[in-house]
Design a protein around this ligand. Structure first.
Ligand SMILES: Cc1cc2nc3c(=O)[nH]c(=O)nc-3n(C[C@H](O)[C@H](O)[C@H](O)COP(=O)(O)OP(=O)(O)OC[C@H]3O[C@@H](n4cnc5c(N)ncnc54)[C@H](O)[C@@H]3O)c2cc1C
Length: 558
């Protein structure tokens, strides 16, 4: 049994194999080659394979990929389809109204429908060919600091082979300390290392609170003759049913290759109704007559969920600290109104690469050298794009008619609206308490009898279709800080909303028949790594940490 902790040194360590870091790694190698710099670069990813934790809509604006690789199409970029037309619908429970004009931010004609899993897998192959050392199955568990306690020196990967009580088993392998001159955090929305760094270095001090949406998504195999075979549009967005006007969010349906579609519902986590069950909303969306027409005869082949940050410009953290940079969704690099973050994530990674090349020429990796990243960002097209939607999340968090007034004024004033930098509540603070007489089971529609196991699957079948696996005998990676609070206060006040907002059915409120006492049961092996629980829990009583590297979803076409 090895127990001594090893360490490896690199020039640059990227944490997370999303589009941000992969574009960053490729661009870094491109620039280093041009300058004749020989850099040792590593990238770690918590998924078992590159792409197995990647989930997106995903219509990609190719602007950043074109900058990175002008020949991306001939180089074999896995494009599913190119958008030939957009349709935007307002749904009511039984009917729909197609808008004559698609809102500008939702016009995707000419953009590509992709599978993010396939895209990052392809990008990783290119990065590897250029000399990047890629280590899937390794989670970054802890940020390492120099003696000054503020300079980031790398990341400790998670231990493997501990039992559920945290004791080392016979196959125990301690995590490795991966040291680097620069560490690039590209963990996606609600990064767990970024969260810890924020506690120490105040990355988000003075910013508006980051706010999030949860998206539940499926890839559905359709018959050869299907709605999209002869449709002039293959990019569909919806607003309205099932969320109504008070809760922000909407549906998307994108045509993929091989008669498949990507279908999902995104719901703002600023919602107020404690009884809201995100998975049930998703099923209702699929049962809408318009959507039913589009998915008729289909079969779900993959399902998953993930949060995305939508807070915008005023939630962007400090992008550089001594020894580290933050990129992509972890740094709020999202065009919220357009539901697009792949191209902005990629560009942020590329700007980080340009910054690092200059830092290597200077031989300095302190914040003053890495701050160039902030400057490059402020002068880039991503800043302009994200800045235009800077008050969007705040406006849609308001009730009608204030929401409509704010949005209209933002359209007229290039995003400024009535109040610039409007306040917004954290998602954990928006739930209303249960109304008198309600309990956790009140008003719960039982849709189970309608699950056919093919086109409509229940939560647990969905988890199965996400190919999620966690070794059972390991410490629970979902840390419930005070389990008594769940029973004593959360259950009576909010009806244990974790049992409804978790799309994987991780949380269950058990009732002991003998003692009549309730207990929160955490089925962590179902966890889809979406991080909704950490964001939405009204008492901030749940912390998401990385399980053993390699565990989690096994997406292939998401
Ligand atoms: C439902 C949904 C629909 C969307 N639709 C679109 C769309 O149509 N178009 C669009 O452009 N954008 C869309 N987005 C947004 C887009 O997916 C993100 O903006 C983008 O993926 C962010 O890229 P990233 O590299 O920053 O992070 P991610 O893509 O989230 O990648 C982060 C990676 O880091 C890994 N990781 C995290 N923490 C650790 C750790 N501690 N150690 C090791 N590895 C770690 C994760 O496993 C993951 O692989 C959508 C998002 C969602 C959720």
């Amino acid at each position: 049994m090895t127990s001594a902790r090893e360490h490896i040194e690199f020039d640059v360590l990227f944490v997370g194999a999303g589009p941000a870091n992969l574009a960053g790694a490729i661009h870094l190698m491109q620039l280093a080659q041009k300058k004749g710099l020989d850099l040792d670069v590593a990238l770690i990813e918590k998924g078992a394979d590159i792409g197995s934790h990647a989930l997106s809509g995903a219509v990609m604006n190719p602007i950043a990929l074109k900058e990175l690789m002008p020949d991306y199409l001939s180089a074999g970029c896995p494009v599913e389809a190119t958008v030939r037309g957009d349709a935007f619908y307002i749904l009511t429970q039984r009917s729909q109204h197609r808008l004559p004009i698609v809102p500008r931010v939702m016009k995707n004609e000419g953009f590509h429908v992709i599978s993010l899993s396939k895209l990052v897998h392809w990008l990783a192959g290119i990065a590897e060919e250029m000399g990047v050392n890629i280590f899937p199955g390794f989670s970054g568990a802890e940020v390492l600091y120099a003696e000054d306690a503020t300079t980031v020196t790398g990341v400790r990967t998670g231990d493997k082979g501990r039992d559920k009580d945290g004791q080392p088993k016979s196959n125990f392998e301690p995590g490795i300390d991966i040291l680097a001159k620069v560490t690039v955090l590209g963990e996606g929305a609600k990064g767990s290392l970024v969260r810890e760094m924020n506690k120490r270095l105040g990355l988000f001090d003075g910013r508006l609170p980051q706010t999030f949406e949860t998206g539940i998504k499926e890839v559905i195999q359709l018959p050869k003759d299907n709605f999209f075979s002869n449709s002039p549009f293959n990019d569909v967005h919806t607003l309205g049913y099932p969320l109504g006007v008070s809760t922000h969010g909407g549906g998307f349906i994108y045509q993929m290759a091989e008669n498949r579609i990507s279908l999902g519902l995104v719901v703002s986590l600023g919602y107020t109704d404690p009884m809201m069950d995100l998975y049930e909303q998703f099923i209702r969306f699929k049962r809408h007559p318009l959507v039913m027409e589009m998915i008729e005869g289909g079969q779900v082949i993959e399902q998953g969920a993930r949060t995305l940050e939508n807070g915008g410009y005023y939630t962007i953290p400090k992008l550089a600290v001594d020894g580290a940079l933050v990129v992509g969704s972890a740094a709020s690099m999202q065009n919220g109104p357009a539901l697009k973050g792949i191209h902005t994530a990629m560009k942020s990674g590329m700007l980080a690469a340009e910054t690092m090349i200059q830092a290597f020429s200077l031989g300095r990796f302190t914040r003053d050298a890495l701050d160039l990243y902030e400057t490059l960002f402020e002068n880039s097209w991503i800043k302009q794009e994200i800045y235009a939607g800077r008050n969007f999340a705040q406006a849609v968090s308001k009730k009608m008619p204030a929401k409509a007034i704010h949005l209209a004024l933002q359209v007229l004033t290039g995003g400024r609206g009535l109040i610039d930098k409007m306040s917004i509540k954290e998602d954990s603070k928006t739930l209303s308490p249960l109304r008198a007489g309600m309990d956790s089971d009140s008003g719960r529609p039982d849709e189970r009898q309608n699950y056919d196991g093919k086109l409509f699957v229940d939560k647990l079948t969905g988890v199965y279709l996400s190919k999620t696996q966690h070794r059972e005998d390991q410490p629970c990676h979902l840390v419930v800080h005070d389990p008594d609070l769940c029973v004593d206060r959360c259950y009576s006040t909010y009806g244990a909303p974790c049992t409804r907002f978790c799309p994987g059915g991780v949380y269950e409120m058990d009732l002991d028949e003998k003692t009549r006492k309730r207990r929160l049961k955490v089925n962590f092996s179902n966890c889809l790594h979406c991080k909704t629980c950490e964001i939405k829990d009204p008492y901030e009583n749940i912390t998401w940490t990385c399980p053993e590297g390699g565990d989690g979803p096994g997406y292939t076409v998401m």
